[in-house]
Design a protein around this ligand. Sequence first.
Ligand code: 6PG
Length: 629
Amino acid sequence: MKIYILMGVSGVGKTTLGKMLASEMNIPFHDADDFHSAQNIEKMSHGIPLTDEDRADWLQNLKNAIHKWGKDDGAVLACSALKEKYRKFLAESNDQVVWIYLYETYDVILQRLKERKNHYFKPDLLKSQFDTLEKPDYGIHIKVDAQPQNTFNKIMNHLKYPEIGLVGLGVMGKSLALNMASKGIPVSVFNREVKGKEEGVAKDFAENHQDVYDFPWFDDLEKFVKSLPAPRNIFLMVNAGKAVDYVIDEILPFLEVGDLLIDGGNSHYTDTNRRAQYLNDKGILFLGTGVSGGEDGALKGPSIMPGGDKKAYDRIGAALEAISAKDSNGDPCCAFIGPQSSGHFVKMLHNGIEYGEMQLISEFYHLMRFGLKYSPEKISQIYAKWNKEQDSFLLEISVEILKFKENGELLLDQILDVAGQKGTGGWSSIAALDLGVSFDTISAAVMARNISADKTMRLEASDIYAHKEHEINISEEELFKAYKAASIINHAVGFELLRAASTEFDWNLNYSEIARIWTNGCIIKSQLMKDLSEMLEDHGSVHILLNKEIAKKVNENKNSLSFVVGKALEAEYPMQVSSSALNYFLGLSSSQSSANMIQAQRDFFGAHTYERKDKSRGEFFHTDWTKIS
Ligand code: 6PG
């Protein structure tokens, strides 16, 4: 059983806190002072420091006791254990010793000792204790608060959550570190030093927050890793891509078998598989973890999608769940997604849906602004009205964007109409092609960003073709219904990729659970996501658009989508995602497609064969098309 040893100089609060801990855990408390000989007590009461010789019997008695308690129910021990050799000696008798190092400055403790009555320790001895103290570079380190209860809470959090080392104090890394600390998760931080670029980042971060949190900080990777108790849990918040491989290679020499690396960036899922294999061969655990919600989410509670080794999740899951957003039932928006790179794949697809939703909102804005000649304020109001039903984060921020002024002018009008992208939308489109999945809305959203990118060429083409967007008239109700239909179809397109990946990679993904952890904290949270989390089967095998409740909603709105897309295209407004949604829907719901013509052509020019309506599936035929019957 475990032995919790609270160590540190006299006056730091070992006995008070030890008793609290023992009572909480319902195990016996012991004070190492009770194991001193009468001679030692006599010496100390006269202010005479103990020598190593004086301590030898005392340490042996303690060691024997620790061994015995370990065989019983475990125990809490208050013991100064100031020197490393004492600690090493004591821990030899039990491999389940948990060291809890309590610390404060000399001045603060001296003050406390002066206030203390009926204790044989003389405050003058404190100086010698500080001189003797060899701070452990392992165990749980707790700065003691004036209020024992606060210190006790800190200890309990340390015992409840594993200690986390966080690498990379960019915007997301800082927010996550603060989020962890606010939940009582012990977190140390590391940031590299790069002259002129990243100087004193970790130190400044720790110092800026020292009034509220204790962040042990490091700019030396080896010291950082060694400061963490093994098995270590190290959260990487570095830019996706080569930087992740670079950091892994840098950190690897300091890791030990059983340590865990968590990649919280938007890594490509195939990279995650490669890294997991590479680390696995070295006995290092790896969790490819999607984190959504931007800076604010990371700080207040993101949606978290960890995938990889379940053993690793069992170790770190409680901490990830603690920092995640909570759904409407108060449950964490974090769940183990599945094996291998499933966490990063699911995050990639999240971003794919995000691309589709963003483009949809942008298309409808553009149509209303220039086709219907609505003012930005009016569109903002319309989106606010829609959002009473939709409860979508992306609509919510669009309401604000349409109101935001800079020097009295709408900032939106000053922003160049060229979309950036970091890759996740494109990656999900490539994955869809690889898996043979129709990905109309999301790939159309990527294409819309791509075509926006060459502004010069667009201007030239606009001149050549005298492009003119015409005024049109569509009711607000039709627009809203069309938007709703397209949004549902975009989500259905996204979830189809998850179904294909789950089958192909044998991930057994739980779609209802994935939708649930996307109901809060992430960029695509919405009422629709809440509905999907309830409507979807856990590991369902049915297309979302075949779900009866969804089909009812689509049926109510699909004609408006056709109407709006038709009108908009006729009036020369690009509607990439809306029209793709419609095409996807029509392609899916047409009992007779045009593919018989494709098959005939393929067989005509390449003898690729075809199946027949009047024969069983799987039987293939070829015709010599030159012989007209
Ligand atoms: C999130 C976001 C986040 C990031 C996108 C932006 O879930 O928090 O999706 O991951 O904002 O990666 O991607 P683009 O730069 O490609 O638009």
